[in-house]
Design a protein around this ligand. Structure first.
Ligand SMILES: C[S@@+](CC[C@H](N)C(=O)[O-])C[C@H]1O[C@@H](n2cnc3c(N)ncnc32)[C@H](O)[C@@H]1O
Length: 226
């Protein structure tokens, strides 16, 4: 992003349970022009994000590595003309880090809970993210209303449910990019039948560390709708 807005809300006096993790070396270069906005996002998460119950207080000292960067690396699989639906966005993860990394792509944060949507509106507005839209809904309610070239999700549901919920809002050739933990292989075994039934591609697991920034790499499962 080239034109970052001036911020007139001072977050520095708001109480945090712990110091925000120092971003790992290379984080500033990784975000480039969007780095100040990424820092501002970290401050929102560590203050109102905790106060409003969107993120646990114990996450503050691993905010960059476990949350912001863990999610930002998904952008490596997103093109500038993609329309991304971030399912169960919660505190904007992974949708907001992706929006910062890919200002040309359109990002739709999909979240059913009113309070979370209110927080997302406040933060997206404060960060000046012009490429983000927030939709209050369950993703399965969006059939016939929205279409996405990419669905992202972290910590929402197992792969089988995610496929069932999203397959009708993914355009042909579109993809699911799901951030998953170590249990992903088991989830993919359970999803095998659905993947065949709906003629989806064989899942690819990308292990991605942002060029060495992440000590613990993220695992991104990619499934293509043929
Ligand atoms: C555990 S949180 C994860 C939040 C965020 N993705 C993250 O990684 O921190 C799961 C989120 O999914 C949302 N959610 C639950 N069912 C949903 C549905 N059917 N469609 C969209 N979002 C849903 C919840 O409201 C919640 O905010």
């Amino acid at each position: 992003m080239t034109d970052q807005p001036e911020h007139d809300t001072d977050l520095s006096n708001e109480s945090t349970a712990a110091e925000i993790e120092t971003p790992p070396a290379g984080t500033e270069e990784y975000f480039g022009a969007a780095y100040p906005a990424a820092q501002r996002y970290a401050e929102h998460l560590a203050t109102t994000g905790i106060e409003w119950g969107l993120i646990g207080p114990r996450e503050v000292d691993r905010l960059w590595s476990r949350h912001i960067l863990n999610c930002a690396v998904v952008a490596e699989y997103i093109n500038e003309n993609d329309v991304v639906g971030d399912v169960g966005s919660g505190a904007g993860l992974p949708g907001i880090p992706i929006a910062l990394m890919r200002p040309e792509a359109k990002i739709v944060l999909i979240e059913p809970m009113e309070r979370r949507v209110e927080w997302l509106n406040m933060v997206v507005d404060d960060l000046g993210l012009k490429n983000v839209r927030i939709v209050r809904a369950r993703v399965e309610e969006l059939v016939d209303e929205e279409m996405f070239t990419v669905i992202t999700a972290r910590a929402v549901k197992a792969m089988t449910t995610l496929i069932e919920w999203t397959r009708e809002v993914i355009s042909p050739g579109g993809r699911i990019l799901a951030l998953k933990g170590a249990s992903v292989e088991g989830e993919l075994v359970k999803a095998k039948k659905l993947i065949k039934r709906y003629r989806l591609s064989q899942p690819q697991i990308h292990v991605v560390d942002g060029g060495g920034i992440l000590e613990v790499p993220s695992r991104v499962v990619e499934i293509v709708k043929k």
